[in-house]
Design a protein around this ligand. Structure first.
Ligand code: ZN
Length: 352
């Protein structure tokens, strides 16, 4: 059952606007309200998601494009891991190009889900927890649980579709790849519209009766929101190529979902993987990873060489089976059990 945001725009008493350095006042709100905004407009808000040690609001930025025409509601989120930044300019540039008077439905975006992690240049929330492993969170839980609860409960209700933008973690790099439940027709269609290099089949864990993996995507799926993840390159940078490719993919997604009129741009067809896993070192040393991103490997292909500090080879690693390189380690300093590469196993012929 789809839930709609019908509550009025709630402005917090006495804190109706934060002053931006540039001077543009942005309303501070305690809820995201589609109903409270005029059709054919773009709104900017600070959404309160907690309080800091001075009792001041912890806020996240919200962009809301409310179309003049009826249609679905798409949510976009970026930087729930605070050092994964490529999704932020993607959202900014998408909104700069959106004409809400031509939009069927609405797009609501949070370009900065983990502001405290972003300030600390870290993937994690302030308490050292991974925010994207504690959804749906708890209203009376610890720091990260309350943040997750606030974000999930304020952002997800009212959405029909959701795309969560990520990058690799520190010391790794990813292809442009989507994670989605390809057994779901809407999600398969969404994933295939994005022009990704690779689509990895992965269930919205909370829907399969399995234990939730604590991601925002799993919480969205449990609420009936069609949610998928797009990984875009490496952390703590703006990667212009990834941003441009991701933006084109998201424009295609808007057309595919009927939010924008037009024909999707033809982008390369993704390799589709039925599962994936990381291959790790079994010893410590200095690691060189040999294949490139997106490279197709055959079982036995050399994928990494581990040396001691004097240059002696300690180990050579090979692909355990045929597959494609989804992501790989860029950090040569490797203790035993370090990641070499993320191997995707291609789907057998025939799609679900
Ligand atoms: Zn991430």
């Amino acid at each position: 059952m789809r839930k709609r945001c019908l509550f009025p725009l709630v402005l917090l008493a006495g804190l109706t606007a934060f002053s931006q350095p540039a001077g543009e006042p942005i309303p501070l709100v305690s809820e995201i309200s589609l109903a409270g905004q005029l059709p054919g407009t773009v709104g900017k808000y600070w959404l309160q998601a907690g309080s800091d040690m001075f009792g001041r609001p912890i806020v996240v930025p919200v962009l809301l494009a409310k179309g003049s025409l009826p249609g679905p509601v798409l949510g976009l989120t970026a930087a729930i891991h605070g050092n994964e930044l490529n999704g932020i300019p993607l959202i900014q540039e998408l909104f700069a190009s959106l004409d809400p008077t031509q939009l069927h439905g609405s797009v609501v975006a949070i370009p900065g889900m983990n502001p405290l992690g972003m300030q600390n240049d870290t993937r994690l929330f302030l308490d050292g927890e991974d925010l994207n492993r504690v959804f749906p969170g708890k209203s009376d839980g610890n720091n990260s649980q309350q943040m997750a609860y606030a974000l999930g409960s304020k952002f997800l209700p009212g959405l029909d579709y959701h795309l969560d933008l990520h990058t690799a973690s520190f010391g790794r790099i990813n292809t442009l790849y989507a994670r989605a439940d390809l057994e779901s027709e809407p999600l398969a269609r969404m994933a295939r519209s994005l022009g990704a290099d690779i689509i990895l089949h992965s269930k919205g864990e909370a829907t399969a009766g399995a234990r939730s993996d604590g991601t925002l995507r799993a919480m969205a799926a449990s609420m009936g929101v069609h949610s998928l993840t797009l990984e875009m390159g490496n952390p703590q940078v703006y990667d212009r190529d990834m941003i441009a490719r991701g933006l084109q993919g998201v424009r295609n997604l808007l057309i595919t979902l009927g939010l924008l009129e037009g024909t999707p741009v033809t982008l390369g067809e993704a390799l589709e993987c039925e599962r994936s896993y990381w291959v790790y070192t079994d010893a410590g040393g200095l690691l060189e990873v040999l294949p490139g991103l997106g490279q197709v490997l055959h079982k036995g292909d050399l994928i990494g060489v581990l040396k001691d500090p004097f240059g002696k080879v300690l180990a050579r690693y090979s692909a355990p089976e045929d597959g494609v390189v989804i992501g790989l380690s860029t950090n040569p300093a490797a203790i035993s059990g370090s990641r070499i590469l993320h191997l995707g196993i291609l789907r057998k012929a025939g799609r679900p």
